[in-house]
Design a protein. Structure first.
Length: 124
């Protein structure tokens, strides 16, 4: 689909802008007390996609400044870590809305994602 990593980054940037617009629209134009479950599903989806794009681009930018490695490796590492961190944020917001977010639940979620990151970094 994309010929170069630069095109992938441009696509991620455009998708992030659209997801941020979607998130801002949902926050601005819906009433959470009368909204249906589909509105909340779109809210969490746009929150996840916005965070994924922002953290991917931020992680890639920081990696390119701090470590001058291969661009594709930096992009894949940034995307993987942004995926895990975005999952943490979206899950935390979902648990918070259901009043199920306790410190031990958040700690176990963080530990699970930390072990997932360690597992993905294993060179077997």
């Amino acid at each position: 689909m994309f010929k170069s990593p630069k095109q992938q980054v441009a696509f991620i940037g455009a998708s992030t802008v659209l997801a941020l617009f979607s998130l801002a629209s949902i926050i601005s134009f819906t009433d959470p007390f009368t909204a249906s479950w589909i509105t909340f599903a779109f809210f969490y989806l746009s929150l996840f996609l916005s965070a994924l794009g922002i953290f991917t681009l931020l992680g890639l930018w920081l990696r390119q400044i701090l470590k001058q490695k291969v661009y594709v490796i930096n992009l894949s590492n940034s995307f993987r870590q942004a995926l895990l961190f975005s999952l943490l944020i979206a899950t935390s917001f979902l648990l918070l809305s259901r009043q199920l977010l306790f410190w031990w639940v958040e700690l176990s979620l963080i530990l699970f994602l930390l072990f997932a990151e360690i597992f993905f970094n294993l060179k077997i």
